[in-house]
Write a protein that binds this ligand. Structure first.
Ligand SMILES: *Cc1c(COP(=O)(O)O)cnc(C)c1O
Length: 425
């Protein structure tokens, strides 16, 4: 399938007059359409709720859009809790799905009335000591171990992941939590990441629903919700078939009716903590070609670098690249598209077939709407870019300014050298 950009060259030419490249651009129309489709897909479940995984794209303006559709926030750090509070998501609008959790984060989560999702059985005692009691509503994260397979494909390796409790620990945790006053229970698991198949959620749901029936029978607790967490992926490459959220929602409904309803558990609420699926395709990194280099390979140097998008450097991830205005030209040139870091893995694309790129061309790097800007760092003293929202009317709104050297040096502000740096231009 051909991957299209959600923004036209004419629109970008206008936007670039006001905002220099590089920047991340988000597509309001796409975000809303996808959000509505997710809601529709799970409308069969009365208590359904999506908790947007804040780490994917921690921008309050984007979270505000999702909030209009009833989204809560899935947080796992102090500042994510702050963001959540700032957009008005408190109480059971927050799922605190953290791990290796510092005490002050549990304290803040409790203060906000968040639902706490415990990553480990030892966190029961830690939480009780930290906040002084066990909340009435509590959730536990499950990790059945082994490999997670669909048909014969290995999707992921839960047995090798640091998250969650074993089956035995989960049963034990529920008993302990109940004896300490918990009344409403949740079960959470995240067993495979970026799955581009409609079968992941229904398979995960079956594992969790069967576990829930056993837990309710054996421990006598009331299971209020089952949290399928994140993991629904997006097609980064042109040959991948996108997930169909309607089929996924329907698949989960079928397992629900097969496993939970006959067990008298037809009141269980389904929660999700999607990040990538919510925003991934609705963001892109816009960058300009500023150098070409002909040595042992052909290079195009752009004004963005891995600081703006780390996934290719970190995972060797594929991100599609469109050379704006040359969509209909043949892809008859093989390039490495690179950033300026003194780090050879700073390459957005390797041996990529593209149309001939001219200096000044605008390149759109696709699918950066989740785990894009947010994974950024400041290596080589490079600064993070702005974030812009392409509104439904086609205009662009700044939703985060670009970093300046003053931001980069701000943590020296308590020293004389800091005062000097902050006054330099
Ligand atoms: C990262 C994360 C998510 C979101 O994952 P996606 O792959 O973006 O859907 C959800 N829940 C938890 C606990 C996570 O760590």
């Amino acid at each position: 399938m051909k991957k299209e950009t959600f923004v036209t060259k004419e629109q970008l030419d206008e936007i670039i007059k006001d905002y220099p490249t590089p920047f991340h651009l988000y597509d309001e129309k796409g975000i809303r359409r996808n959000m509505q489709a997710l809601r529709d897909a799970f409308s069969w479940n009365k208590g359904y709720k999506e908790y947007f995984a804040v780490k994917a794209t921690p921008n309050p303006y984007l979270i505000d859009i999702l909030r209009e559709y009833g989204c809560g926030c899935d947080c796992s750090s102090y500042t994510e809790l702050m963001l959540s509070e700032a957009v008005g998501a408190t109480g059971d609008d927050i799922m605190f799905s953290s791990n290796d959790t510092p005490a002050e984060e549990f304290i803040y989560a409790e203060k906000l009335g968040a639902i706490i999702n415990l990553d480990d059985i030892t966190h029961i005692e830690f939480l009780e000591e930290t906040i002084g009691y066990i909340p009435k509503t509590i959730s536990c994260r499950y990790n059945p171990g082994g490999l997670f397979k669909i048909s014969n494909d290995i999707m992921d390796n839960p047995g090798d992941s640091k998250y969650g409790m074993t089956t035995e620990q989960l049963f034990e945790a529920f008993k302990i939590l109940k004896s300490k006053g918990a009344e409403e229970f949740g079960i959470h698991a995240f067993l495979a990441s970026n799955t581009v198949t409609n079968e992941y959620y229904p398979m995960l749901a079956k594992i969790l629903f069967e576990e829930a029936v056993r837990l309710q029978k054996e421990t006598g607790v009331h299971i209020k919700f089952i949290n399928l967490s994140g993991g629904i992926g997006i097609p980064y490459t042109p040959d991948q078939e996108p997930n169909d959220i309607r089929i996924i929602g329907d698949g989960v409904r079928r397992v629900y009716e097969e496993v939970l309803v006959p067990a008298g558990m037809g009141d269980v609420e389904i929660y999700t903590e999607l990040g990538r699926f919510m925003l991934g395709p609705y963001g892109c990194l816009v960058t300009e070609a500023i150098h070409e280099k002909h040595t042992h390979k052909e290079y195009i140097g752009v004004d963005a670098c891995a600081v703006n998008l780390m996934r290719p450097a970190m995972y060797g991830a594929y991100h599609h690249v469109t050379v704006m205005g040359r969509e209909d030209c043949p892809c008859d040139h093989k390039y490495d598209v690179v950033g300026s870091l003194c780090e050879n893995n700073d390459k957005f694309a390797i041996d990529r077939m593209l149309p001939k790129v001219e200096m000044g061309d605008i390149l759109v790097i696709h699918d950066t709407g989740a785990h894009g800007f947010s994974m950024g760092y400041n290596y080589n003293g490079k600064l993070k870019s702005a974030e812009l929202l392409l509104k439904e009317d086609g205009s662009a709104q700044l939703i985060r300014r670009a970093e300046t050297p003053a931001d980069y040096f701000a943590t020296f502000d308590c020293f004389d050298i800091g005062k000097k740096l902050l006054n330099m231009r």
